[in-house]
Design a protein around this ligand. Structure first.
Ligand code: UDH
Ligand code: MN
Length: 373
């Protein structure tokens, strides 16, 4: 009797183990399907504009565990400002303007944050990036010069992943760029939008040829290199589908995460607000500024504008700002006085690192009324 019972129990355990294995297999298959889904995407395959165009400089290797692309860039034409060459010697054949759809893109990328990352590895894998995190495509004339600005404090771990993934992506996109980490000095309440205003000013002081500014959270990595980091005819919202929002836009007017404005678009809205202390609201205020100034946000296709955010808890001194709901009702009144025109800060240090330029800045603290909450 006991033997029979033992036998039945063993059989059940075996079945359970088998079931678990099957479940595991199915989950793995689903994950793979997700990454390689675009292979099966007939629409993007047949719509491809440049997929078959060979290019002498195209990169056939697949960095960062990337899958090949068959699809279009899914992006509109960039604004046409073309900069003169800085990387061309007199004896060489003159460089051609970079193609609107870069030929070496690979499409959907496999992004993960489990393998350890070090700055040494990032440096080793990006030997063409110049001191300060600058890069110029060697084989074509870029149409724009892009400053990438990252609001920052105590997120070194995230920064390594960001640099690890973004440098190769930007290189494949043929972007002429500089990376600026705008590091808030001290432990007062965090202010994302004000840091980005500082970034705009300091990047232009560093190089007055920047004509495009991309504002990115340090923990957001694009999952597709066809999401082109450049400026467009209208202000751009890049992070349309984040994993934390189920790869959907959380609401129609969302402008958070990663966005980009040309120099003239940024100046037209008087930059970003300086008076949003703590978490939230500043991105909605920027969206309001854009609409109130007669512009319209442009976005990539939802299949291309997907992002992974490195999981994290809320930071200290960046609690949700309880004033944000009232403040975003008043953008029309506040935007003329509060913005790049009223920006005040004290520069603490600029240091050029191999993979980025660090700008540490003191931006003050919220007025006492807000500090009390
Ligand atoms: N940031 C810093 N340091 C800080 C605060 C913010 O570097 O102390 C920067 C960083 O670039 C970050 C961005 O500001 O990516 C936006 O802040 P966030 O990442 O905290 O905003 P998010 O909306 O998170 O992603 C909200 C808190 C989520 C808590 C979830 C708990 N499960
Ligand atoms: Mn975040």
């Amino acid at each position: 009797m006991t033997r029979l019972l033992l036998g039945v129990t063993l059989e059940r355990i075996c079945k359970a183990v088998l079931l678990l294995c099957l479940l595991h297999f199915i989950i793995i298959m689903i994950l793979y399907f997700d990454v390689y889904a675009q292979h099966l995407d007939f629409f993007s395959r047949f719509n491809a504009r440049n997929a078959s165009r060979a290019h002498p400089f195209s990169n056939s290797s697949r960095p960062n565990g990337t899958a090949p692309s068959y699809g279009p860039a899914g992006a509109e034409a960039p604004s046409p400002s073309t900069k003169p060459s800085t990387n061309q010697s007199a004896t060489e054949k003159p460089l051609q303007p970079c193609q609107e759809t870069p030929p070496g893109l690979v499409g959907r990328l496999l992004i993960e944050f489990s393998s350890p990352m070090s700055m040494e590895r990032v440096q080793r894998e990006n030997p063409d990036v110049r001191q300060g995190g600058k890069y110029t495509p060697p084989d074509c004339l870029p149409r724009q010069k892009v400053a990438i600005l990252i609001p920052f404090r105590h997120r070194e771990h995230h920064l390594k992943y960001w640099l690890h993934y973004l440098h190769p992506i930007l290189r494949r996109q043929k972007v002429a760029y500089g990376i600026y980490i705008i590091n808030q000095f001290g432990e007062d309440t965090f202010n994302r939008a004000k840091l980005l205003n500082v970034g705009f000013m300091e990047a232009l002081k560093d190089d007055d040829e920047y004509d495009c500014f991309i504002f990115s959270d340090v923990d957001l990595i694009p999952m597709d290199d066809r999401n082109l980091y450049r400026c467009y005819e209208q202000p751009r919202h890049f992070a349309v589908g984040m994993d934390k929002f189920g790869f959907r836009l959380p609401y129609a007017g969302y402008f958070g995460g990663v966005s980009g404005l040309s120099k003239s678009q940024f100046l037209k809205i008087n930059g970003f607000p300086n008076e949003y202390w703590g978490w939230g609201g500043e991105d909605d205020d920027i969206f309001n500024r854009i609409s109130l100034n007669g512009m319209k946000v442009s976005r990539p296709d939802i299949r291309i504008g997907r992002y992974r955010m490195i999981k994290h808890e809320r930071d200290k001194h960046n609690e949700p700002n309880p004033q944000r709901f009232t403040k975003i009702q008043n953008t029309k009144m506040t935007m003329k006085r509060d913005g790049i025109s009223s920006l005040q800060y004290r520069l603490v240090e600029i240091s050029r690192q191999p993979m980025y330029t660090n700008i540490t800045v003191e931006i003050g603290r919220p007025p006492p009324r807000l500090a009390r909450g």
